[in-house]
Design a binder for this molecule. Structure first.
Ligand code: GDP
Length: 459
């Protein structure tokens, strides 16, 4: 396998402690030798052991560019499975650029975004789900998203898909063998066995598809909406959670006209939070838009935070809100506990039986810790669960899995209708191929290019 040698700056393009220029390809070591000088001037990187580190200097001819250390990783034990040389230089934008220009001048080609990872995929070190996990690790917005992506990077989706495909291919092989050699192999009773197999595979695929919702929450945050009548303290709460003054807090009822969205991270739990206009019937047309939108938000939300003004009695707005959210996952916060209590937890509990209720004061910032802990508990156990399972976070993967499931459904239909066996194998084969596309088998060049073009430079 001969490949041209690519090079890129793999660290961020800002001044920082260290910068990294990376090369991968058949000539990586040779090119490095053209620009690297050891302190004694004698060392050649082509002679060093793989996975060793070397102190020295980078030169463009006679011109000294920087003091560096160089990491040499020889094929096949590297990120791309090719020879890789990493030059760790001082992390200045000018010096990094200069080193990149120099290795390009001496024979490397500037890499496309994601080209290192693309090579890891094309060279068979990782499958497409693992390649996609690389970018998800980089983009992870929370610890939960990170841990799911890292598991995907280790290959948990690939293994699961491989297991299901293995099953499908053995069914296909059996049908084909029986059809080819009817004298020695019989397909009698086979459809029952096949049915069981297909059902098992369908359950596994359904489980993966069901995980997509949780996967989405991991990636985009739990869609959370804060509801409550005007002046209950929604904006004040949001401000505390977000930790800045984005939401405008005022005394005039109904000033939160539209919704604000914020991405926040509570104990590693990612919340995509929308503060909504107080839900209430209103004549004001501008406000009406906000209120309708709020209702939609509440319907779509994974989690509803219902803020009750504890210093005033429950009113029409509260009853309307309770009606709207009673079947959702809700946390009730009784706010303004610094004032005389008019509405307390018991009153609310009678109306919102199973939902957790906490008392807080947004003004004095009390009860917020308990709220954050509750949120985390809800997230890690029960209600909004995350554990060691596999989560499909990627729309491309989800679509292919859904298609495979459809093909298996067709197999089931054919079995039930008593169709001849060779009918089954066509749909089984489709399912097999669709699952293959999840892990990147036989996918077109266009798709591969598109996936890797979303990557950062130097990855
Ligand atoms: P929203 O309409 O639900 O977004 O309510 P805001 O957050 O704008 O708050 C309305 C008013 O209630 C503001 O004057 C806040 O300062 C006040 N407020 C919010 N939370 C508390 C609280 O815990 N205690 C007291 N005393 N006032 C609060």
């Amino acid at each position: 396998m001969v490949s041209d040698t690519i090079a890129a700056i793999s660290t961020g393009m800002t001044n920082s402690g260290i910068g990294k220029v990376r090369m991968s390809g058949s000539d990586a070591v040779e090119i490095a030798d053209r620009v690297y000088k050891s302190p004694g001037g004698k060392k050649r990187l082509k002679d060093v052991l793989s996975h060793t580190i070397h102190y020295g200097y980078i030169y463009d001819g006679d011109q000294l560019i920087d003091e560096v250390i160089v990491l040499v990783m020889k094929a096949p034990h590297s990120y791309t499975t090719e020879d890789i040389v990493e030059i760790d230089c001082h992390g200045g934008v000018v010096v990094m650029k200069k080193i990149l220009e120099t290795v390009v001048k001496y024979g490397a080609r500037p890499a496309e975004p994601g080209e290192f990872t693309k090579r890891a995929f094309l060279n068979g070190r990782i499958d497409l789900t693992q390649a996609e996990a690389v970018i998800e690790v980089i983009n992870a917005k929370s610890e939960m998203a990170l841990s799911s992506s890292v598991r995907q990077l280790k290959g948990n989706i690939r293994l699961k898909i491989a297991e299901i495909r293995e099953d499908i291919i053995s069914s296909i092989a059996f049908i084909e063998a029986a059809l080819d050699d009817p004298e020695h192999m019989s397909t009698e009773g086979f459809s029952e066995q096949l049915k069981e197999n297909v059902q098992k595979d369908m359950r596994a695929l359904k489980k993966l598809l069901d995980s997509a919702d949780n996967g989405r929450m991991l990636r985009e945050g739990i869609k959370t909406v804060i509801v409550g009548k005007p002046n209950a303290g929604k904006s004040s709460l949001l401000n505390i959670l977000v930790g800045d003054e984005r939401a405008i807090v005022t005394d005039i009822a109904g000033t939160t006209r539209d919704t604000l969205e914020e991405f926040i991270n509570i104990h590693g739990v990612p919340l995509n939070i929308a503060d909504t206009a107080g839900i209430r019937d209103t004549q004001d047309i501008v406000e009406k838009i906000g209120v309708d939108k709020a209702k939609n938000f509440a319907e779509d939300a994974d989690l509803v935070i219902y803020v009750v003004d504890g210093s005033t009695p429950l009113d029409e707005n509260d009853y309307e809100i309770i009606n709207l959210i009673k079947d959702k996952k809700v946390i009730v916060l009784i706010n303004k506990t610094d004032l005389a209590a008019v509405t307390d937890a018991d009153t609310v509990r009678r109306l919102m039986k199973e939902h957790p209720i906490l008392e807080i004061s947004a003004k004095e910032e009390t009860g917020i810790d308990q709220f954050e802990v509750l949120l985390k508990d809800m997230f890690f156990q029960g209600n909004v669960t995350f554990n060691d399972e596999i989560y499909i976070t990627n729309v491309r993967q989800k679509t292919a899995i859904a298609q495979a499931l459809e093909s298996l459904q067709l197999v089931m239909n054919s079995i039930e209708e008593g169709m001849p066996e060779d009918f089954f194998s066509i749909d089984l084969m489709n399912a097999y191929e669709q699952l293959g596309s999840v892990i990147g088998e036989a996918v077109g060049e266009d798709l591969v290019d598109k996936i890797f073009s979303d990557f950062c430079m130097g990855k």
